[in-house]
Design a protein around this ligand. Structure first.
Ligand code: NAD
Length: 355
């Protein structure tokens, strides 16, 4: 049993905590928070021991009626591994704390790549994290791109990727972010930093990316053009992507014409927090012209990286091989949409419970 602590309990941290809690080979020993807000109360209801991330703020927790198990230092000392889910830049500052206690750690994609020894995506480079002490799970966009590039690279070879990323302005709770009524080239410099981030996973890949920000909170949408090394058919690519459990090829006839309906779909199916862990590729958008492949995909930024954090733990502790780890993560969380799409999450979890 790997004893896992989560430092930073916001959008990503609370999801990672739930995912770790659901694993048969991991124990969630506690979460660290800076303030006793609504998420702290929910964590308490779930029975997660709470640690103060900033010791001077400990009294705020008792005043708010949130029981503390201790301070973050104690959590780090007790844990076999910490998943750092603090805001961009804070993770790098925390590395010293983890090193002091000789506790391995996972950082998130908001950190620079040099925060860790390895940048990680379960589908593309699982084995690179074996026995590493510090690993960075790449960002939501890089995770989404890596899950598509890996099978294309293996099946056909990739000559060049060009991707336009239409990015949500902020998460639903980030009411200070924008734009509210604008369409921003962002970053305005072309190509964007996203391509180099993908190259932390595929060092030899040719890739150019462009980014925009729009007044939306639901998901990112990517327009992809991949020049392959072989001539392909759209049907063949579709079949390939349909074989990937963390990619959902949206069938024609589902009436899902955008991110809004995808989020409704996840909520209707009873997914926790309405999460959509899979890349969502519109089947109708898969088009081929010679060696050029085109497609649209939507990425749920709040949840696609969650299974990757779980798999990174297994890789770092050499617990399972790539396939076994990804399958276990997917079964325990209910990831994968095949067969009847209604109630898919409940169905997957029920099957796991019956085992
Ligand atoms: P968030 O702001 O929702 O949550 C961060 C949490 O950490 C908050 O609860 C905050 O109070 C807490 N915190 C702040 N300082 C802390 C400290 N010193 N110690 C402990 N906790 C502290 O942020 P998030 O969206 O969950 O992002 C976390 C990381 O995940 C970032 O690197 C981000 O780039 C990355 N990420 C975010 C998304 C997304 O869409 N939200 C997607 C993929 C990756």
């Amino acid at each position: 049993m790997i004893r896992v602590g989560v430092n930073g309990y916001g959008t990503i941290g609370k999801r990672v905590a739930d995912a770790v809690h659901a694993q048969p080979d991991m124990e969630l020993i506690g979460v660290a928070k800076t303030q006793p807000n609504f998420e702290a109360h929910t964590a308490g209801e779930r029975g997660y021991p709470m640690y103060a991330a900033i010791p001077e703020r400990s009294p705020l927790f008792s005043e708010a009626g949130v029981e503390l198990a201790g301070e973050v230092d104690e959590l780090v000392a007790e844990a076999d591994i910490i998943v750092d889910c603090t805001p961009s830049g804070i993770g790098a500052e925390n590395r010293e704390l983890y090193e002091t206690h000789h506790t391995p750690a996972i950082f998130q994609g908001g950190e620079d790549a040099d925060v860790a020894d390895v940048s990680f995506n379960a589908r593309a480079n699982f084995d690179a994290a074996r026995d590493a002490d510090y690993v960075r799970v790449v960002s939501c966009n890089t995770t989404g791109l890596s899950r598509i590039i890996a099978p294309l690279e293996e099946e056909y070879g990739v000559e060049k990727v060009r991707a336009t990323l239409v990015r949500r302005g902020g998460d639903p709770g980030q009411n200070s972010r924008g734009p509210i009524n604008d369409i921003l080239p962002n970053p305005i410099k072309i190509p964007s930093h996203h391509g180099p981030d993908v190259k932390t996973i595929f060092p030899d890949l040719e890739i150019d990316t462009l980014g925009l920000k729009v007044p939306a909170t639901l998901m990112h949408v990517h327009a992809l053009n991949v020049t392959l090394e072989d001539d392909v058919t759209g049907a063949h690519v579709r079949q390939l992507l349909e074989g990937e459990n963390r990619v959902y090829v949206i069938p024609e006839g589902m009436g899902i014409d955008g991110a809004g309906k995808l989020m409704d779909f996840a909520l209707d199916a009873g997914r926790p927090r309405g999460d959509m862990w899979e890349n969502c590729v519109w089947g109708e958008s898969i088009g081929v012209n010679g060696r050029d492949l085109y497609l649209f995909q939507a990425i749920h930024q709040q949840s696609d990286v969650i299974p990757e954090n779980v798999d990174a733990i297994r890789a770092m502790f050499d617990l399972e091989d790539q396939k076994t780890s990804m399958e276990l993560t997917d079964r325990t969380l209910g990831i994968g949409i095949s067969g009847s799409p209604s109630g898919f999450a409940e169905q997957a979890r029920a099957e796991f419970a019956d085992d």
